[in-house]
Design a protein around this ligand. Structure first.
Ligand code: GLY
Length: 566
C-alpha cells in the first residue's frame, strides 16, 4: 500500500511538473519568419521590390540595388540618389567586405567655410541649403556593387523604381506628418515651390515623373546618367543658382571605394561592421570589448546595472570617436589600439557601480606612438546565404532640403558631419577635432553602422539603423538584446533603447520605455537623464538566422518599416 501511495505521489508530481509552466521560461514573440530570403527596410514598397528581384533569381546584391532605388521614391526622407552610404556584406561562402559610397567635400570646400569673420559657426550654413551639400555617392556605389556582384542586368534592377515613380506612392500617416513638419524648410532652401511643398494627408498619392526620367537616363547611360550630361547639368546649375560650390568636375571625379570592414569578436560572436569613414564599427568594437568581461546577461535586460555598464562604455568610446576618427584617406587612425581589449578595459578602470563617471573627467585615451535619425537602413539575406547590411543617408531629414526639381530628387546636407570648428557640436551634438576637419574631396565622419554578426562561423544577424549619433548604440543594444538577453529579433528591435555619447553628459531614455523608478535610481547614482523631449532612438531593421536556418525579420515599429520574405 505504501509503495502504491508513493508511486501515486510521484506520478502526481510528474504531472504537475509537466503542467506548471516554468515562470522563468520566456515565450519569444517572433516577427516574420521565412525560409529562403528576406528584405527589411523603411517602406513595404521597397521591401517588396527587393524580394521580387530575388524571386526572379537575383541575389542579395541585385536586391540591394533595386531596394535602394525604390527607397529614393518611397522614402524621400532619407532614401536617396542625392546622398551616400555604406554597405557591409558577407557572401554565402563567408567572405566579407565593405563598400564606402559616402559623400565627399566639393573641391572648392575649405576648413573654415562655415565660420564667420570672427571664427564663429554660421548657424544653418552646413545644414540647410546649397552650401551644405556633399558630392553624392549613391549612384556610383550601386554601379560598383553591380559590377562586382550583380547577376541580373542593371536595367532590370532599376525598372521597378521607374515604374513606382510613375505610378506613385501612397502617403502614410507618419510620412504626412514628416512632410508637413519640414514644409517650411523646403520653402527656405529652394527658390521655387517644390513637388513635396504641400499640405499632405494620409492616403494621398505622390507621383515622381521627373525622377522616373532621371532613372531612365541612368538605365540608358549607366553612372554617367547621373554624374555627367543632363542630370549633372541640372544638379550643378541649380546648386550654383542657390549659391553652392559643386562643380561638374566634382561629380565626374566621384568614386566609391571598397574597404576592409572592421571585424572583432565579442565572446563567441564575430562582428563585421563598417570601417572609417564610419565611426560605427570602431565605436562598437570599443563598447563590446569594454563589456566583454562582465556577465551582463545576469543583470537583466534594461536593468539598472546593464544601463550603467553600457552607458559608461559608450561614454568612453564616444570620447575617443570625437578625437581620433575621420576619413582614413586623410588621417591615420590607431585602429588596432582603439579596438584592443587591453586598451578599452583600461579605459573602464575608473568605472564604479556606485557613481556615474563625469564626462568632464573623461578625455580621449592616450595612445603612445600615435601621430547625423534621418538616415535609413536595410538588411537583406538571399536564398544562397549572401547577407547585406546597408545604411544610406541624406544626413538630416530630406537632406539640405534642396530639391533638384527637374531631376526629382533631394540633395544631402552631409557637410554638417564634418567638424566645422573643433569643440562646436554638429546637428547630432557630436564634437569633432582635427581628424574630421573639412578638406577638399575628404569624406566626412559618419555614425552609420551597417553590421553583420556571425556565430559559430555561420551567419547570425544582419542589423543596422538610422539615428545619427544614436545609430551606434542602437545597433549594439539590438545585438545584446538577442545574444545576452534572449529576445527574438522583432522583440529586440522593439525594445526601448537608451543612449549616451560622452557629451552632452546625459543618458537619453526613449520616451515611455523606462519607468520613474529606473529614472530615480539612475539619478541617485549621478546620471543626468533626458526623457520625453527626445526623438526616438534608432529605427532598426534586422534579420536573425534561427538555429534551423530560417530567417526572422525585425522591422522597427517606430516607422513604416516592413519585413517581406519567402
Ligand atoms: N549622416 C549621419 C551619419 O552619417 O552618421
Amino acid at each position: 500500500m505504501k509503495k502504491i501511495l508513493t508511486l501515486f505521489v510521484i506520478s502526481l508530481l510528474i504531472i504537475q511538473c509537466k503542467e506548471t509552466p516554468n515562470k522563468n521560461a520566456k515565450i519569444i514573440e517572433r516577427g516574420l519568419i521565412t525560409s529562403n530570403a528576406m528584405v527589411v527596410c523603411a517602406r513595404p514598397e521597397a521591401s517588396a521590390i527587393g524580394i521580387d528581384i530575388m524571386k526572379q533569381g537575383g541575389n542579395a546584391f541585385d536586391a540591394m540595388i533595386a531596394t535602394d532605388l525604390a527607397l529614393t521614391v518611397a522614402y524621400p526622407f532619407a532614401g536617396n540618389i542625392g546622398g551616400g552610404g555604406f554597405m557591409v556584406y558577407r557572401t554565402k561562402d563567408g567572405k566579407t567586405g565593405a563598400l564606402d559610397y559616402r559623400e565627399k567635400a566639393p573641391m572648392a570646400a575649405s576648413k573654415n567655410m562655415y565660420l564667420d569673420k570672427d571664427g564663429n559657426v554660421i548657424k544653418g550654413k552646413s545644414t540647410l541649403g546649397a552650401m551644405a551639400i556633399g558630392i553624392p555617392g549613391t549612384v556610383a556605389g550601386l554601379f560598383e556593387v553591380h559590377e562586382k556582384f550583380g547577376s541580373l542586368p542593371f536595367e532590370k534592377l532599376i525598372q521597378p523604381a521607374i515604374n513606382l515613380a510613375k505610378k506613385g506612392v501612397v502617403v502614410t500617416k507618419k510620412q504626412a506628418e514628416r512632410l508637413n513638419k519640414y514644409k517650411k524648410y523646403f520653402t527656405e532652401a529652394n527658390d521655387h515651390t517644390i513637388l513635396l511643398d504641400k499640405e499632405w494627408k494620409e492616403g494621398d498619392t505622390i507621383k515622381y515623373p521627373n525622377l522616373a526620367e532621371t532613372f531612365t537616363r541612368i538605365k540608358e547611360q549607366g553612372r554617367d546618367g547621373f554624374y555627367k550630361g543632363k542630370t549633372a547639368d541640372m544638379l550643378v546649375n541649380y546648386v550654383h543658382k542657390l549659391g553652392g560650390i559643386i562643380t561638374k568636375k566634382d561629380l565626374e571625379s566621384y568614386n566609391a571605394k571598397w574597404r576592409k570592414p572592421v571585424e572583432f569578436t565579442y565572446k563567441d560572436l564575430k562582428i563585421i561592421a563598417m570601417s572609417p569613414p564610419s565611426s560605427g564599427g570602431i565605436c562598437n568594437a570599443q563598447i563590446f570589448k569594454a563589456l566583454e568581461p562582465y556577465d551582463i546577461a545576469s543583470y537583466g535586460h534594461n536593468s539598472l546595472k546593464a544601463i550603467q555598464l553600457i552607458t559608461e562604455a559608450e561614454r568612453r568610446a564616444y570620447a575617443d570617436r570625437s578625437y581620433f576618427l575621420g576619413d582614413p584617406d586623410f588621417v591615420r587612425i590607431p585602429l588596432d589600439t582603439l579596438m584592443s581589449a587591453n586598451y578599452t578595459q583600461k579605459r573602464m578602470a575608473d568605472f564604479s557601480w556606485y557613481k556615474a563617471t563625469l564626462s568632464a573627467d573623461v578625455k580621449h585615451g592616450n595612445i603612445v606612438g600615435y601621430e547625423s535619425d534621418e538616415t535609413t537602413h536595410y538588411s537583406i539575406v538571399d536564398k544562397f546565404g549572401n547577407a547585406i547590411a546597408v545604411t544610406t543617408t541624406l544626413n538630416g531629414a530630406y537632406g539640405s532640403k534642396v530639391y533638384v526639381s527637374d531631376g526629382g530628387f533631394f540633395l544631402n546636407n552631409e557637410m554638417d558631419d564634418f567638424s566645422s570648428k573643433p569643440g562646436t557640436p554638429n546637428m547630432f551634438g557630436l564634437l569633432g577635432a582635427e581628424a574630421n576637419a573639412i578638406r577638399p574631396e575628404k569624406r566626412m565622419l559618419s555614425s552609420m553602422t551597417p553590421t553583420i554578426v556571425e556565430k559559430d562561423g555561420k551567419l547570425f544577424m544582419v542589423v543596422g539603423s538610422p539615428g545619427g549619433s544614436t545609430i551606434i548604440t542602437s545597433v549594439m543594444q539590438t545585438i545584446l538584446n538577442v545574444y545576452e538577453f534572449g529576445l527574438g529579433m522583432q522583440e529586440a528591435v522593439d525594445a526601448p533603447r537608451f543612449h549616451h555619447q560622452w557629451l552632452p553628459d546625459v543618458v537619453v531614455l526613449e520616451p515611455k520605455g523606462f519607468d520613474s523608478i529606473m529614472v530615480k535610481n539612475l539619478e541617485d547614482k549621478g546620471y543626468h537623464i533626458s526623457q520625453g523631449k527626445t526623438r526616438i532612438i534608432g529605427k532598426v531593421d534586422a534579420i536573425l538566422r534561427l538555429p534551423d536556418g530560417s530567417l526572422e525579420g525585425g522591422a522597427d515599429h517606430r516607422g513604416d518599416d516592413k519585413a517581406i520574405g519567402f
